[in-house]
Design a protein around this ligand. Structure first.
Ligand code: GSH
Length: 213
């Protein structure tokens, strides 16, 4: 019997982050189809997004809230720094991911290059181009932050690394990826550190199907 029900498609980057957190904590989960558009799903997620987590009679949406819950409610290695400043830096990065990085790299690039063609649409090349320019700046910000730091919150792996990991893996697979990662050694070394963890490797999804965003 699993502790957690997780509604989401495995390739969805936010769902993947939740799966990484479960793997890091050793929490088993049942992955369920989100079934967008059904009354049942709109009761679980009134904004029709994934993932949604259900733990007994407790239901939660928004990945950042879910990651914190998973880390705090379950045994296993802590994924949040004890140091108050490092914890605040972790929160800063989670917020920056949600507000700046996801709209640019996920919506402006990965979804355009991977999901739109799978659904029979045409990639908006202009959007990808302007997003790649913005992504270049974002990777420079990451490069500066990671120079001299192993992880986003400093010395220890945290929820901030977990939220960034999936979309940066997808970015590397795009035609734009090589140029964006070139000459960014600290970002590359950090990606190597977080992508070599068992919790990441064990949760790598097969490439997205048409219904995954
Ligand atoms: N703020 C939400 C964002 C969730 C989100 O955008 N999920 C994407 C998948 S990674 C989704 O549901 N896409 C489907 C859609 O927009 O229809 C969170 O943190 O969980």
């Amino acid at each position: 019997m699993s502790d957690i029900e997780l509604y989401g498609f495995p390739p969805s980057s936010y769902t993947w982050s939740a799966r990484i957190a479960c793997a890091e904590k050793g929490v088993s989960y049942d992955l369920k189809d989100p079934e967008f558009g059904t009354v049942l799903y709109s009761k679980l997620h009134p904004f029709s997004k994934m993932p949604v987590m259900v733990h007994g009679d407790f239901k939660l949406y928004e990945t950042s809230a879910m990651l914190r819950y998973l880390d705090t409610a379950f045994e296993g290695p802590s994924l949040q720094p004890a140091d108050v400043k490092a914890a605040a830096v972790m929160d800063q990065w989670i917020s920056a991911y949600n507000d700046y990085v996801y709209p640019v790299i996920a919506i402006g690039m990965v979804i355009q290059r991977v999901v739109v063609p799978m659904r029979g649409g045409v990639t908006d090349e202009e959007l990808v181009k302007t997003s790649a320019e913005k992504a270049s700046h974002q990777l420079s910000v990451l490069e500066e932050a990671l120079t001299g730091n192993d992880y986003l919150a400093g010395e220890s792996y945290s929820l901030a690394d977990i939220i960034f990991a999936p979309i940066l893996w997808y970015l590397a697979k795009l035609p734009e990826g090589e140029a964006l990662y070139r000459d960014r050694p600290a970002v590359l070394a950090w990606r190597e550190r977080i992508e070599s963890r068992a919790a990441f490797i064990d949760t790598i999804p097969s490439m997205p199907q048409a219904n995954a965003a």
